[in-house]
Design a protein around this ligand. Structure first.
Ligand code: GAR
Length: 187
């Protein structure tokens, strides 16, 4: 199984996948890691791990459709079996979803369909839920929508801040992500 991973930020969840592959715990190959902007730690750590990287900088494109086409071209060039959105903070175009139908996997730091979007942890905390968690799902053209593959609940503790809660969710998220990828790779 070959995957392309898309990131926008630090890529700490991606690091768990890199480590699991390196440890022989995940029978798959990370064909490349791509980002929507330059200078992300996700790309830096991928390059440090010897992975191929690419950037399709959203700001380099005057028209959104041109960025969509460039992202699709860049990803498709690696002929991945699956594409993983690991903290990739862009909605992809319907054409991208069509090209990777049932093969575009996203991870989100809340129990979807609750608290989708860029601030899933902050929104859950603001609502006052006592349990939140993480979701790995097949992404469609919506915001954190599409069939759910697996979820892990995480308790909200008294005194949690967005940062402390997100860090605890990420611990669960990394484990869940590696498990789901392993299941897909062995299917
Ligand atoms: C992760 O918690 C991921 O679920 C979230 O961004 C974080 C990326 O962390 N994604 C979303 O919120 C998507 N709506 P990382 O860059 O350290 O792996």
């Amino acid at each position: 199984m070959r995957i392309v991973v898309l990131v926008s930020g630090t890529g700490s969840n991606l690091q768990a996948v890199i480590d699991a592959v390196a440890a022989g715990e995940l029978p798959m190959e990370i064909a490349a890691v791509g980002a929507d902007r330059p200078g992300t730690f996700g790309i830096e750590r991928s390059a440090a791990a010897g992975l191929e990287t690419f950037v399709v900088n959203f700001k380099d494109f005057a028209a959104r459709a041109d960025w969509d086409a460039a992202l699709l071209d860049a990803v498709a060039a690696y002929k991945p079996d699956y594409v993983l959105s690991s903290g990739f903070m862009r909605i992809v175009a319907p054409g991208f979803i069509d090209a990777f139908a049932g093969r575009y996997v996203n991870t989100h730091p809340a129990l979807l369909p609750a608290f989708p979007g860029a601030h899933g942890v902050r929104d859950a905390l603001a609502y006052g839920v006592k349990v939140t968690g993480c979701t790995v799902h097949f992404a469609d053209a919506g915001v954190d929508t599409g069939p759910i593959i697996a979820q892990t609940p995480v308790a909200v503790l008294d005194g949690d801040t967005e940062e402390t809660l997100h860090e605890r969710i990420k611990v669960a998220e990394r484990e869940l992500l590696v498990k789901v990828l392993g299941d897909l790779a062995r299917a």
